[in-house]
Design a protein around this ligand. Structure first.
Ligand code: NAD
Ligand code: DAU
Length: 362
């Protein structure tokens, strides 16, 4: 890897995408990595596995909104790049309790930018030139597409619809402003729905796998025809590393899988794979557990991403097709019952009861 010169500070590195990225960074290159993570309900040291004890890796439990801590980490570890993944990420939680989303996604990102700016200004010229701040954002900032609309590109206007999307849009604007106003060398990525190992089971795919295995209902919101553009998490991590290595400062890169599917199609494929890999026997198919429940408020109908710029400028292409990636993911959840038990804390069970208890089948 050509870049960075210095340690990579990964925020949110104990979460789903962050832990996959830290594993990539440690296995691929020879750069030191510092993970900063608050260990909210979504973060878990176990996600980092062996990497936790790797001599090139340091794990720090803390908040991206803590100015003293962030300033100390940048300085002490001679950080050459920040990759900001720390966030509150679940749309349904943002509908119930938006304040935490503003605090971490907006105020926390602002603090990271301020500390990075102060630190960067004082670097010697060669290190200043090499420094990068990569901000990891989402396709949800662009709002919702109609069935026949072209996919989102970097030129699509922002139209966030959920409190989560609005908080990510706020962070993206701050990143843009820090580049435009102070010259901080920032890059932003806007990615579509990720799936893969270690995704917290509040999100569609792991929730459906685990509910299916528990013999519980598979709650599909509304008519199940909402479309998401699914990308395997490893492909997202490769895209982030390409942007870090070779992206143009101040630019935005759309990342997506060209893997558009309705929620009904995704849940159907999970049932089909489980029927084959972990048959329910006389009970029939897991499909019998599917239940249509009242819709998410303000539910975006369709997301789709045109990652042409990333492909043309940086040579990135997703490598994993959805069926292959989903099979790998289903197998991972089947083979890691201890991880599954560990993340299903009382807080998690409370969330499931609050979110789904009142959602009777439509
Ligand atoms: P996640 O919820 O699995 O992990 C988030 C991590 O951030 C957790 O480990 C959590 O403990 C940590 N965190 C939360 N608040 C923090 C704070 N104040 N300080 C430090 N750490 C904190 O999320 P994810 O799915 O891995 O998403 C990572 C990033 O990628 C987010 O910024 C998200 O918006 C973005 N993203 C996610 C997807 C997706 O489909 N999952 C798609 C596009 C973009
Ligand atoms: O698009 C990128 C975004 O993808 C990320 O920025 C977010 O952090 C991530 O959570 C994800 O947001 P979604 O809302 O698209 O993901 P989720 O897994 O919550 O839902 C996917 C689809 O499945 C969505 O249309 C809602 C539907 N759904 C979800 C759940 C949890 C159901 O039908 N039933 C459910 O129980």
């Amino acid at each position: 890897m050509d870049r960075p010169a210095g340690t990579v500070l990964v925020t949110g590195g104990a979460g789903f995408i962050g832990s996959n990225l830290v594993r990539h960074l440690i296995s691929r290159g020879d750069v030191p990595v510092v993970t900063l993570d608050k260990l909210t309900y979504a973060g878990n040291r176990l996600n980092l596995g062996d990497v936790l004890d790797n001599p090139r890796h340091v794990f720090v439990e803390g908040d991206i909104a803590d100015d003293t801590l962030v300033a100390r980490l940048l300085q002490t570890h001679a950080v050459g790049a920040v990759i900001n993944l720390a966030a509150e990420t679940h749309v349904d939680r943002s509908i119930r309790s938006p304040a935490a989303f503003v605090q971490t996604n907006v105020v926390g990102t602002l603090n990271l930018l301020e500390q990075a700016h102060l630190y960067w200004q004082r670097l010697p010229p060669s290190a200043r030139e090499m420094f990068r701040f990569v901000h990891v954002s989402t396709d949800e900032v662009y709002g919702s597409l109609g069935r026949a609309d072209p996919a989102f590109t970097e030129a699509s206007p922002y139209a966030p619809n959920s409190p989560y999307a609005a908080s990510k849009a706020g962070a993206d604007y701050l990143v843009r402003a820090f580049h435009h106003t102070y010259g901080l060398p920032t890059l932003t990525t806007n990615c579509s729905n990720n799936y893969g190992p270690r995704q917290f089971p509040e999100k569609l795919i792991p929730l459906m796998i685990l509910n299916a295995l528990k013999g519980e209902r598979l709650p599909i919101y509304g008519d199940g025809q909402n479309v998401r553009d699914w990308l395997y998490v490893g492909d997202h991590c490769q895209a982030l590393l390409r942007v870090l290595e070779a992206g143009t400062i101040g630019e935005t890169y759309v990342v997506g899988g060209s893997g558009e599917l309705t929620n009904c199609e995704v849940v159907g494929m999970i049932c089909e794979m489980l029927d084959e890999m972990h048959p329910v026997g006389k009970r029939g198919s897991y499909r019998e557990q599917i239940a249509f429940v009242p819709d998410r408020a303000g539910h975006d109908r369709r997301y789709a991403m045109n990652a042409g710029k990333l492909r043309k400028e940086l040579g990135w292409m997703p490598e994993t097709n959805f069926r292959e990636g989903l099979r790998r993911t289903v197998r991972w959840y089947l083979e890691n019952p201890q991880w599954v038990r560990d993340v299903q804390t009382p807080e998690y069970r409370q969330w499931i009861a609050t979110q789904y208890g009142a959602r009777t089948s439509a």
